[in-house]
Design a binder for this molecule. Structure first.
Ligand code: SF4
Ligand code: SF4
Ligand code: SF4
Length: 775
């Protein structure tokens, strides 16, 4: 520790602390412009200058290390005069139009000019004024407000890894520019808006929010993104019951995964909330045309139809699709409605198309079909990252950006295996562009090298796994030379990839939809589990088998039981008994039908009615024509959604629900983190909470369901769901909790299988390569 005196106050700080941090610890309010705690130091704006006794010059506090016995003044006469001159220099080519500026009230330049009484600049008129034409749909760059702090340049490089912008020219002619000074849309810009997030002035603003309300006119409502499984959090900016923008939350207590960073979807893709195409009233189809109906009429008709089919054709003649988009609470009620009110286990959602291979593959190998580690692990602790079958920067952008950061900043090694040349592939140490569907051969080839070269973790295999001998035997023939003609990957690349993965201290595997929705998807998943166990890369920070789930709540919808073969299986009499006692009636012991089986069963005339909550099978199913025909064959199709989707257009009854911005509840992200969704605005017209619709329908069908709010549903759910048992809305307020969280004092489980696998010993599977039938 060293000792300093700051504005007469003595403090102690660890050696290596910067003067700026020391001053802030002493309670001094130092103005900063180019400084950003999440970015590399620039030390260029000089606003943070302070006076150190005995030093000839003022020092920039952000880049000066504190020294023992320093005596510092942060607002001395010289410091203040210097800051005034800096502000005048910055104003030299800065348009003073605060009255119309989007950043009025949240601009650091404005704040500091006010603080130091700077109204004008002696140097004004010196610089050229650049145009601001850039016809992209998201970001407005006003060069005449730019103070050249380079925060945007650093954010683009260090947070997103896009490296799209930099400083062009010098002096008065300096400006932030893309390569060849072209338009953003013509560059590699991904419109993540990180530049906008860090800009301290009005030089970068959102075109989507322009003119809709400035920061002091809006209220921020913290919530969780509704797009992908990453689970980013942000604030919805609300004015007059309208969402007018999105603001980053950079405090990791409230933004534990993305720490303020967002992708184009989360930052700019909120305008659907107030789309004129939102459903505002229930609809009933008559003579092929929809007509608006009252809630009573639509619900009574839906209840009558569902009950009629159930009575006439039996309980398993009806099926329900729930949704990876809606909340856990709504998914819990959807499966309860199917099992209790419809009397069937025919409940599924799109996870059957993408995630069921994980449930089966990881479930068999580890005992739990969920991502083993955290997203932050891949950005921080992993020393090698093996990305297979995932275009991460497109599908889970924030995870992709974190992987890039880990590679660029921390020197982590990157191996990419994908039939496409993805964005991550371009920066990989080894890029294996393999033939589609040959994943097992490629992985077997890597494991063959690991065993042949003695790079396996014998202790881990011996103490924590079983069936290694069978795997070893089958791998013998998968030499890199044998695998090369199957996969198209040069044998040497397979060797290099295997060595990097096996030799790093902590290697993480990350995969997504390139691995799972195949007829061989479960084999692919079992193979990555084999690779991780072979090298002892499970149960530690920075390791694991990390399945990146597509939509925002795939994990939650599965956890809630919206699967025909649920985690808590209907065929297990003890589990059934638990639910029967809680719900007060007898449940079916038969497993239900998956989405694709339901469609075939409808073709065969076994399924007569379908209730779809928030899914669009006409678009999401692999065979659209097949689904289209099947929907035509149904006696009754009921769709609950927020838009008249392609599927809803085929419905007999349409029930309007609410978007994520209009409801309370929880989502569970791909890393098993349960986070709160908070209501920001009212829904349009007569649209209702999705849980309310389910309760009304249930009550009308003879099983009264009443809840006061989403929290009451969560409280019922957690009593029946052991991995959520210790969670409550109060505990989820900050950064949420990772399941399993079995008791109210349990901190949650960021890393699975630490000392023991969920199934006890990890199970190796000896898997031969076979071509997927899709080929
Ligand atoms: S939007 Fe993102 S990628 Fe584009 S310039 Fe800004 S930070 Fe870079
Ligand atoms: S655009 Fe904003 S963040 Fe970028 S250099 Fe100019 S003032 Fe700084
Ligand atoms: S990465 Fe996913 S969760 Fe994060 S902002 Fe983008 S779409 Fe939303």
């Amino acid at each position: 520790m060293i000792k300093l005196t700051i504005n007469g106050k003595e403090i102690q700080v660890p050696r290596g602390t910067m003067v700026l941090d020391a001053c802030q610890q002493a309670g001094a309010d130092i103005p900063t412009l180019c400084y950003d705690p999440d970015l590399k130091l620039a030390g260029s704006c000089r606003m943070c200058v302070v006076e150190a006794k005995g030093r000839p010059n003022l020092m920039a506090a952000c880049v000066s290390p504190a020294e023992n016995n320093m005596v510092i003044e942060t607002e001395s006469h010289d410091v203040v005069e210097s800051r005034k001159i800096i502000l005048e220099l910055l104003l030299a080519r800065h348009k003073l139009e605060c009255h119309t500026c989007e950043r009025d009230g949240s601009c650091k330049l404005q704040d500091y000019c006010y603080r130091y009484g700077v109204t004008d600049s002696r140097y004004a008129g010196q610089g050229p004024h650049f145009g601001m034409e850039d016809p992209n749909p998201f970001i407005k760059r006003d060069y005449d407000k730019c103070i050249m702090c380079t925060r945007c340049v650093r954010a683009c490089e260090e947070i997103t890894g896009a490296q799209v912008i930099n400083v062009k020219d010098r002096g008065h002619h300096a400006k932030i520019s893309t390569v060849f000074d072209g338009k953003l849309a013509d560059s590699n810009c991904v419109f993540c808006g990180q530049c906008l997030m860090v800009c301290p002035v009005g030089a970068l603003t959102s075109k989507v929010s322009a003119g809709k309300g400035r920061s002091f006119q809006t209220k921020g409502v913290l919530t969780t993104c509704t797009y992908c499984g990453t689970g980013c959090t942000f604030e919805l900016n609300v004015k007059d019951d309208n969402v007018v923008g999105v603001t980053s939350v950079r405090d990791s207590e409230f933004s534990p995964v993305n720490k303020g960073a967002l992708c184009v979807k989360g930052r700019f893709g909120w305008d659907f909330i107030h789309s004129p195409e939102r459903l505002t009233t229930p609809l009933i189809k008559e003579n092929g045309e929809f007509r608006p109906a009252s809630w009573d009429e639509a619900l009574n008709l839906a209840a009558e139809k569902l009950k009629g089919m159930k009575d006439k054709y039996g309980t398993d003649s009806v099926a329900m699709f729930s949704s990876a988009r809606v909340t856990n609470e709504e998914n819990y009620l959807a499966q309860k409605f199917a099992r209790v009110v419809l009397g069937t286990n025919n409940i599924d959602h799109c996870a059957s198309l993408c995630h069921s291979s994980n449930v089966a593959g990881m479930g068999a190998a580890f005992g739990s079909g969920a991502m083993t580690n955290t997203i932050n692990d891949m950005g921080e602790d992993a020393r090698a990252i093996f990305v297979i079958g995932s275009n991460t920067t497109e599908n889970h952008p924030i995870i992709g950006y974190k992987i890039k950061q880990n590679v660029r900043k921390n020197g982590a090694k990157l191996i990419v295996a994908d039939p496409h040349c993805t964005d991550l592939a371009t920066m990989a140490d080894v890029n294996m562009q393999f033939q589609p569907g040959t994943d097992v051969a490629l992985l077997n080839g890597m494991m063959n090298v690991i065993i042949t070269e003695g790079l396996l973790d014998k202790e881990f295999i011996e103490n924590r796994t079983e069936n290694f001998a069978a795997l070893k035997q089958i791998l013998e023939k998968y030499t890199p030379e044998y695998v090369e003609p199957i996969t198209g990957v040069p044998a040497d690349d397979i060797r290099r990839a295997a060595r990097i993965y096996a030799e790093s201290e902590a290697s993480a595997i990350c995969y997504s939809m390139g691995q799972t929705p195949y007829s061989t998807g479960t084999d692919n998943v079992k193979s990555v589990c084999n690779l991780a166990m072979l090298t002892g890369n499970v149960g530690r920070p920075g390791t694991g088998v990390n399945a990146l789930l597509g939509q925002n709540n795939v994990q939650g919808a599965c956890d809630m039981g919206c699967l025909p073969i649920a985690y808590q299986a209907a065929t297990d009499s003890e589990i059934r008994d638990k639910f029967e006692k809680a719900w007060g009636l007898t449940l079916s012991a038969q497993n239900g039908l998956t989405v694709t089986q339901t469609i075939n069963a409808a073709h065969a005339g076994q399924i007569k009615g379908l209730f779809v909550l928030g899914e669009n099978p006409i678009v999401s199913d692999p065979d659209i024509q097949h689904v289209d025909e099947y929907l035509e064959k149904l006696e009754c199709l009921i769709v609950q959604d927020i838009f008249l989707t392609e599927t809803a257009q085929k419905a007999d009854i349409v029930l309007p629900g609410l978007s994520f911005a209009e409801k309370e509840g929880t989502f569970t992200s791909t890393e098993r983190r349960v986070q709160l969704v908070r209501k920001a605005v009212s829904g349009p017209g007569e649209a209702q909470d999705d849980w309310w619709i389910l309760c009304e329908l249930s009550t009308r069908m003879g099983y009264p369901m009443f809840y006061a709010n989403a929290e009451e549903i969560f409280e019922e759910m957690r009593l029946l769901t052991p991995s959520y048992a210790g969670m409550s809305y109060a505990r989820l307020q900050g950064s949420g909790l990772h399941w399993p969280c079995p008791t109210e004092d349990h901190p949650g489980t960021p890393i699975l299988h630490k000392d023991i696998f969920s199934r006890g010993l990890g199970l190796f599977h000896a898997i031969e390569f076979k071509e997927p039938v899709e080929l």
